[in-house]
Design a protein around this ligand. Sequence first.
Ligand SMILES: [Zn+2]
Length: 327
Amino acid sequence: MSAPYPWLAAPWQRLLATRTRPAQALLLAGPRGVGKGALARAWSQALLCEAPQPDGAPCGQCPACHWFETDTHPDFRLLTLQEKTGKEGETRMATAIEVEQARDAVDFVQLSTYRAGFRVVLVDPADSLNLAAANALLKVLEEPPLNTVFVLVSDQPRRLLPTIRSRCTRLDIGLPPADQAAQWLAGQGVDDAATLLALSGGTPLDAQRWAEGSELDERRGVLESLAQPGQLDPVALGERWKAISPQTWHNVAYKWLGDLLAVRLQGSVQFNRDFADALARLGRKADLAKLLALAKVQANEGRTLAHPLNRALQLEAWLIQYRHVFD
Ligand SMILES: [Zn+2]
């Protein structure tokens, strides 16, 4: 098995070289959308594989690999955000890894292993451990049982407890070189890889997500309206855009405001290069204080991203504030 993505070949080989004596707690850190999660899974499989290849990579054939790939390996636990069912039967993602999950993992590492090899606990995203969960895990991270390996994945390693961070061997995964990312995207059948890479801040997996989903159409619709603030109808648009997922909306709005700020401050468009003309025109007109205030609101929204009760009304208020930026 080779690295999950071509730009991960070097860290993959570095990890495999440690396969017989792996770090007991590994932290894979780096921006989102570069494949850290896939690398962490591949590494977990490498540790569990019972017939590894000469370089330490998993064989993909043995019973352990088969169990791993079907999420049934008895010596593997994944701690991640779980889907929850709300009072009205709606499902949503939890915003934290809960203490019960961490306690399960602690119990799990105290058991003897089913197979003769390693036992692996993968925590992804590790920065979503809530405080109680982090503290529960900390105890076993301090003195991990024999043959136990923890793999933590994080886009925001600063949000981890310092005591957890300090227990981990850290491996940083950076953005791939732009030409390598563009080449990979082209190989996946993505047209206009350069525009999408700019839009996603250089992260190839985000760029791929943009290319695959309806997000790109939604983005275009939103930006075409935002490019004409004088003609915005906040009520109608709030009603129409409430169907857009909060993540997509935040992604689009935040980058649009970022580009406006860049232009206003004599910089250049970073994300929305396909709207460069409109951004140049609007950026010159924008009131800096009002623009900064709105960007701050947007940045705060990014921390929550839960669906608010009255989405249409919230969007309407945002749009009214946005229109005033160009009064
Ligand atoms: Zn195997």
